[in-house]
Design a binder for this molecule. Structure first.
Ligand SMILES: *[C@@H]1O[C@H](CO)[C@@H](O)[C@H](O)[C@H]1NC(C)=O
Ligand SMILES: *[C@@H]1O[C@H](CO)[C@@H](O)[C@H](O)[C@H]1NC(C)=O
Ligand SMILES: *[C@@H]1O[C@H](CO)[C@@H](O)[C@H](O)[C@H]1NC(C)=O
Length: 500
């Protein structure tokens, strides 16, 4: 990562650390899960958290007074609909961030499945030293739990219809709400949007958001880039399904160039802006799933981004893939968290199409070649020109390479691949010299690099395809040359061209 960005992240982490140092002396109260009923009467007559409801057809928030059932009606709460409650995070400036209103609008735009949209506004408690704000997450969690229980007592309503969406510290608030609510049943769903890392990473499940906190917990990790042992967003899995877009460490479009743009636009205020970019991306990815119903992003179970980048994880068998965001398939067969990976675009709509390419090379040259290739993909809907391919290692002998290619748009069904060796003309001359010097003799057909087959797997459709050279009599690939591959079936040893 480029250094000014490092500096800015370092500054933010310094703020975290500074306030953590302050906070550590206070110590985090180890409270048992569901052990303590909330002392409603004394402490919660007046909650510090404001519960705001956003009526349909109105953009004005309406405050619900806990223990004032009349306010539910006044604010237009519909007890036959689910309740989605947004819970914001730590605040530097004491203002509610603008994404909150965007999220409200996005949730209200769900006309097919209408919901009550609420906000837990705990800004007065969030605007504090980081460590103090962290301590307050428990209190706010208690208040949210009390609010839900009060709802259940006041109107015919079940906690299983509650979906808490918490960002940063708000994710842990949601977790505490889920554990403090007590009783036999759990809250329906909690979504943690880049849950805060400092003072939570490595904690026991009762001291952070965890899969125990709701019937279904999903989390999106977008800024887990670590500096001196700390990351803004929590790295460890904390949900039933943990999504790591682009690996989770950092996000496309949040890089140095944007940093300078922000500096010129906002001056020094750019620093929080830049930091927020990747952290807040979790929110925008989630909103995207509401706003672009037809462009849902699929994520795939994988052990690491490294393996994912080799295209090795694009399977949907046995629940190995899931949809990112609001429409996530809610499944929790195992207690173990599932880590899912995906690539996204740098802006909305974020969806990409994932493909695994497996290219089988035969190299009859004695020394390794390190070629650069490009591929052009022709689909039934669209064509993608010259996608660069870099193989990490040189091609030494017979080897199959697997890699991930992502496309920003849907090309339809893939029908043809043009594979080109992109090296310069100079390289081509060297190649020809090498060819004439090395006596190939008995193996005239293999005096170069031979591409036998290209196997393709499309993540989004789960379709598997095999492509063979169009011209089976000329299999060699030389620098600057392009070869065309068409769909074929592999029939035991023989390659058969598909008739189309
Ligand atoms: C709750 O508080 C009110 C006044 O604050 C008091 O009159 C009432 O007795 C309390 N109820 C219980 C159950 O403690
Ligand atoms: C509450 O929602 C249900 C289901 O959408 C709807 O039929 C009903 O009319 C709503 N009630 C009010 C008071 O808006
Ligand atoms: C590569 O494969 C070809 C054909 O299958 C075979 O003739 C050749 O010996 C193999 N080369 C190496 C180095 O394995």
């Amino acid at each position: 990562m480029e250094s000014p960005l490092c500096v800015s992240i370092f500054l933010l982490l310094s703020i975290f650390i500074q306030s953590s140092a302050h906070g550590q002396s206070l110590g985090l109260e180890p409270l048992g899960r569901r052990s303590r009923a909330v002392e409603e009467n004394e402490t919660l007559q007046e909650t510090k958290t404001r519960f705001l409801l956003f009526e349909r057809g109105s953009n004005e928030p309406c405050q619900i007074g806990l223990h004032r059932p009349g306010s539910l009606q006044q604010c237009g709460f519909n007890s036959s609909l689910p309740l989605v409650m947004i819970i914001h995070g730590w605040s530097l400036d004491g203002f509610l961030e603008s994404w909150i209103w965007q999220m409200v609008t996005a949730l209200k735009s769900q006309l097919a499945q209408p919901v009550n949209v609420a906000l837990a506004d705990w800004i007065t408690l969030a605007r504090n030293h980081y460590a103090t704000a962290v301590q307050n997450t428990r209190l706010v969690g208690q208040e949210v739990a009390a609010f839900i229980r009060w709802l259940e007592e006041s109107v015919p309503f079940s906690r299983s219809n509650v979906h808490l969406i918490g960002y940063s510290l708000g994710a842990h608030v949601s977790g505490f709400a889920g554990s403090y609510i007590g009783g036999k049943h759990k809250i329906g769903r909690i979504t943690g949007l880049d849950a805060a890392g400092p003072l939570f990473e490595g904690n026991s499940p009762s001291d952070r958001l965890s899969p125990d906190d709701a019937n279904f917990v999903d989390a999106i990790h977008t800024f887990t880039w670590e500096h001196i042992g700390l990351s803004v967003g929590i790295k460890q899995p904390i949900a039933h399904y943990d999504f790591y877009p682009n690996g989770g460490a950092f996000q496309p479009g949040c890089h140095l160039l944007e940093f300078y743009k922000h500096i010129s636009k906002h001056g020094l205020n750019a620093i929080p802006q830049t930091i927020k970019c990747a952290h807040e991306r979790s929110v925008h990815l989630f909103m995207d799933s509401l706003l672009h119903a037809d462009q849902q992003s699929t994520a795939y179970l994988c052990s690491s981004m490294d393996r994912f980048s080799q295209g090795l994880c694009l399977s949907c068998k046995k629940g190995r893939c899931n949809t990112l965001g609001y429409h996530t398939r809610q499944e929790r067969q195992s207690k173990k968290s599932k880590k899912l990976f995906l690539v996204t675009r740098a802006q909305s709509p974020f969806k990409v199409y994932h493909y695994q390419f497996k290219v089988q090379f035969l190299n009859q040259i004695e020394k390794p070649v390190e070629p650069t290739f490009t591929m052009s993909l022709l689909g039934t809907e669209k064509e993608m020109q010259k996608i660069p391919i870099t193989l990490d290692e040189g091609i030494t002998s017979n080897k199959t390479y697997s890699f991930l290619i992502t496309l920003d748009s849907d090309i339809g069904e893939l029908v043809m691949i043009k594979f080109k060796w992109e090296n310069s003309a100079v390289w081509a001359n060297v190649w020809n010299t090498v060819q004439t010097i090395i006596p190939w003799g008995s193996r005239p057909h293999y005096s170069g690099l031979v591409l036998k087959t290209i196997r393709v797997k499309a993540g989004e459709t789960q379709e598997k395809m095999v492509f063979c050279p169009e011209n089976m009599n000329d299999l060699q690939l030389h620098p600057t040359q392009e070869k065309t591959f068409v769909r074929c079936y592999i029939n035991s040893k023989n390659l058969k061209r598909k008739n189309r």
